[in-house]
Write a protein of this length. Sequence first.
Length: 227
Amino acid sequence: MKRLLALLLSLLLAQAGAGMALGEAFLSGDDLQSLQPAYEAFLQALADVLIEKDLLPETDRASWILYQLGDFVQNGGSGSIAVLYTPGLLSMADESVSARRMTAEIPVGVVHLETLRRYAEQHSPLPGLPLDTELVDENGIPVPCRFRWSASGGSFLVWDGALGFVVDVGITYTNDDKPLYWYAEPAAGVDETLTLELLHPELDEAIGQVTLLVLSSENFWAPEVLK
């Protein structure tokens, strides 16, 4: 999660212009990770108050929260929070800049997947749908393992910091802690299932498996179910 948020934050800040410096006023990726659950709960409670005061229609609750979450990531969660409801701004609510945490319980622990609510190539600075994965035990302690992803279509992409560009690694990839993405050309009604095998840290032996269902429209992908 912290890697995804830090990457989104750095890319979005870079797009804001060369004159903007990343100073102490901005929160780090670790700060964002720790604050986001509380911030989402705060937005839900704040939406309740705004709806009660007839300042926000119930039908616009989800879009208003999504807009605020996108603003939170782009601005680094810094400074003050301005509460406003301007219907015209809700068209700017964009899931492609909002992180999403998905979880699945398996016999050896709980799989956490940090990704986006939606990936649209034309709206995102990322090369594909991010797949930042972790396995933890019942106490939240990381369980040593390796992650082998496979798909029937598209490609897995790896950001190689040493080379300075994205590498296409095909339809099967065992993650080596580099940022991993998946991309295929979206087409309405053509969904994709990505399979994740959790491997013993030293042996080529599976200790668990989950699948990620990714739904497609004409121009974006949306992760739907992790099980």
